[in-house]
Every structure is written in structure tokens, then in C-alpha cells.
Design a protein around this ligand. Structure first.
Ligand code: FES
Length: 103
């Protein structure tokens, strides 16, 4: 059963930015695309690059280490050198609070 964890306020994440948050002992990249929020693992599957420091381009985030791209909605890997996706987590926004469901 998932635990719903408050990870940030809406104001903590500027549009088209990602921040790193902690939930359930994991480091997550919390990404804001316009007014939608998505959470994926912070570690790139290629070589553990910090995805939360990556650049967002629409629903894609680019790993700052070697440029692999992931879909923040699903965690799917979209380009080399990553071939495996990252895990994604459900996000809920209630008022100003952002929650992530983690196992
Ligand atoms: S660590 Fe992310 S592309 Fe290499």
C-alpha cells in the first residue's frame, strides 16, 4: 500500500523546473510542466545522473550528465544513452500542498 507524503508547496517549484525532494527514503525529481506536477526517481538509469537538475522541455527531462531524455509522465526512456526508464510516482495537489504516493 502506498504512503502519501507531502513533498513541497506549489510555490517551491517554478513552471518548467524540477526540484529534488525526499519521500519514503527515495530521492525524487519533482517536475512542474505548466501547472501539472510529476515525480520520477532522481537517478538516471544510465549512470545515476541527477535528473532533478535536468532541463525540462515540455514533458521531457534531459539528464544533465550525458543528455538522455525521459518522459516525466511515465518515466519512459526516450533517448540514448539510457535504455531503461525510471520509476514514476502518482502526484496529488491539494491547495498549495504537493503529495507523492510512494510504496
Ligand atoms: S547518467 Fe544520465 S545520461 Fe548518463
Amino acid at each position: 500500500m502506498a504512503n502519501r507524503v507531502r513533498v513541497a508547496s506549489v510555490a517551491d517549484v517554478a513552471p518548467m523546473q524540477a526540484i529534488v525532494v525526499q519521500a519514503g527514503g527515495r530521492r525524487l525529481a519533482l517536475c512542474r510542466v505548466n501547472d501539472e506536477f510529476y515525480a520520477i526517481d532522481d537517478a538516471c538509469t544510465h549512470d545515476n545522473g541527477p535528473l532533478g537538475e535536468g532541463e525540462l522541455d515540455d514533458h521531457q527531462i534531459e539528464c544533465p550528465r550525458h543528455g538522455a531524455r525521459f518522459d516525466v509522465r511515465t518515466g519512459a526512456a526516450l533517448s540514448l544513452p539510457a535504455v531503461r526508464g525510471v520509476k514514476s510516482y502518482p502526484v496529488t495537489v491539494t491547495g498549495d500542498d504537493i503529495f507523492v504516493d510512494v510504496p
